[in-house]
Design a binder for this molecule. Sequence first.
Ligand SMILES: CC(C)(COP(=O)(O)OP(=O)(O)OC[C@H]1O[C@@H](n2cnc3c(N)ncnc32)[C@H](O)[C@@H]1OP(=O)(O)O)[C@@H](O)C(=O)NCCC(=O)NCCS
Length: 163
Amino acid sequence: MDVDKIVIRQATSYDIVFLSEILVAAAAASGINIPIDDLPDYPDAYQYVEGYYEGSDVGIVAETISGEPVGAAWVRMLLTDDHAVGHSTPELTMGVVPEYRRKGVGELLMKELYRATWGKNIPKISLGVHKENTSAIMLYRKQGWIEDGTFKEYIMMSRKTNV
Ligand SMILES: CC(C)(COP(=O)(O)OP(=O)(O)OC[C@H]1O[C@@H](n2cnc3c(N)ncnc32)[C@H](O)[C@@H]1OP(=O)(O)O)[C@@H](O)C(=O)NCCC(=O)NCCS
């Protein structure tokens, strides 16, 4: 698979099932296994996707030329954010389906997401990554994310979107 053949498009409310799959995979990478049908029962996780709407959230989907979604990244302000940082910056969720990992899709999503924030008064975005989620930590470091501290089992990071 050539990453040049991956198409990036805006995520919409119609993508909520796929975004939920990505969210569940991201939670699993943090050691939290959530059956997708039970996601609403996990408010700490569900808040990352509940009511996703392109009018207020900023996100993108990566898909093959035949329209199969293979990854997504989005940011949103969290209503009940208890992280040590991130109160004033939208928080990132992202993931790539297992068969398409290590092919550059994650980096493509990152770069296109920064671009998607431009003109939307989002100068900075944040995230919390589990300290043992090595692949994600390596991706964020490579992408120039700054470590702001730790919160429970998570490393809190942030990045300006204009660089
Ligand atoms: C983290 C994730 C999004 C990376 O996506 P990806 O498409 O595989 O990433 P890329 O192929 O673009 O890799 C970019 C860089 O990330 C790092 N990386 C990605 N996977 C890695 C791995 N398994 N081991 C070490 N580094 C890794 C490398 O620095 C890599 O650059 P390189 O290929 O030049 O070495 C993917 O592993 C994933 O979806 N994980 C589950 C969900 C998740 O953890 N989301 C983040 C929650 S905070």
